[in-house]
Design a protein around this ligand. Structure first.
Ligand code: GLV
Ligand code: MG
Length: 327
């Protein structure tokens, strides 16, 4: 390990993060009763400009009035390039109760964007005597944000998670796609012809680089990495495949833009009983090896060593966190 220690963000479950438009009050109670680990009430892209002032009022009322149970509760404010942003922060932080856990900042481009929000929140918290420090969820969804991702991730002790906003990221990078997330048949390689002249097209994951880069920036700064939306909510298999590949790379969860995606996210981002049992076996085998003065042993014909313990502990800790629920 490096001599530098990285403080970890608060340990929240973040397997499914449900997006709820702030303009649609009918959805609030349902969202609160859902199985989502995190709910974000949206003031940004799901709300039309004329509806924004009312949506802000709805969200402020709902933070205090609705029983959100153990969920982490967030509000997605408007971007720093809009005049809606300052009032989102001021009104929500001044008028909403302490139940608010997180502010989600969209389209973060530079560390200074985070700094500005930190300053504003710090002043309001002091002026209002708020006891709970609000955390930040940062959406990386522009080329600028991706370029500056490491500085952004380190920009505030309020930072808790980085989110990959695939839709805006595609627009910002001018990627040739019209869907929100998912695979694209044009992002493929063609194999050479086999003996029968047959060639296969192998689809790649056009988001691999962006998600991997986000995971590194998040983890290097003690933050959670969360994959963003998957627009085709009729395609459960597509969602699960997208979630699984994000989980394999180190993401802790994925957005749900439709209630049907909550269970899928919770399932994919929970280690299976089989994986947890195997992780416990690895830890037990290594403890036994250590007692015998060995640093590496074989288990089921495979090498395991101290790094295997660290991998196994990630799974066991996640299973324990899920069993305990959100703090
Ligand atoms: C989310 O905000 C996205 O743009 O994908
Ligand atoms: Mg976006």
């Amino acid at each position: 390990m490096s001599f530098k220690t990285v403080p970890l963000a608060p340990d929240r479950l973040n397997r499914s993060e449900l997006a709820v438009p702030g303009s649609n009050t009918r959805l609030f109670e349902k969202a609160a009763k859902s199985a989502a680990d995190v709910v974000f009430l949206d003031l940004e892209d799901a709300v039309a400009p004329d509806d924004k002032p009312q949506a802000r009022k709805n969200v402020i009322a709902a933070i205090g009035d609705v029983d959100w149970g153990q969920k982490a509760l967030a509000v997605r404010i408007n971007g720093l390039d809009t005049h809606f942003m300052y009032r989102d922060v001021v009104d929500v932080m001044e008028q909403a109760g302490e139940r608010l856990d997180l502010i989600m900042i969209p389209k973060v481009g530079t560390a200074a964007d985070v700094y500005a929000l930190d300053m504003l929140c710090t002043q309001i918290e002091a002026a209002e005597g708020r006891k709970k420090r609000v955390g930040f969820e940062l959406i990386i969804e522009t080329a600028l944000g991706m370029q500056n991702i490491h500085e952004i991730a380190a920009a505030s002790p309020r930072n808790e998670s980085l989110h990959f906003g695939v839709a805006d990221y595609a627009a910002s990078t001018r990627a040739r796609t019209t869907s929100i997330g998912g695979a694209n048949p044009s992002y493929a390689v063609l194999t050479d012809a086999d003996d029968n002249g047959r060639r296969d097209s192998h689809w790649g994951d056009m988001w691999h680089y962006a998600i991997s880069r986000m995971v590194v920036a998040a983890r290097a700064n003690g933050l959670r990495a969360v994959d963003g939306p998957f627009g085709n909510f009729s395609d459960a298999d597509g969602y699960k495949a997208a979630a699984a590949r994000a989980a394999v790379l180190g993401c802790e969860g994925k957005w749900a833009i439709h209630p049907s995606q909550i269970a899928l996210g919770n399932e994919v981002f929970s280690p299976s009983d089989k994986d947890v049992a195997q992780a416990r076996r690895i830890i037990a085998a290594m403890k036994e090896a250590e007692a015998q003065g060995k640093g590496a042993v074989s288990l089921d014909g495979r090498l395991i060593d101290y790094a295997s313990i660290r991998q196994a502990e990630v799974l066991v800790k996640k299973a324990e966190q899920i069993a305990a629920g959100n703090p």
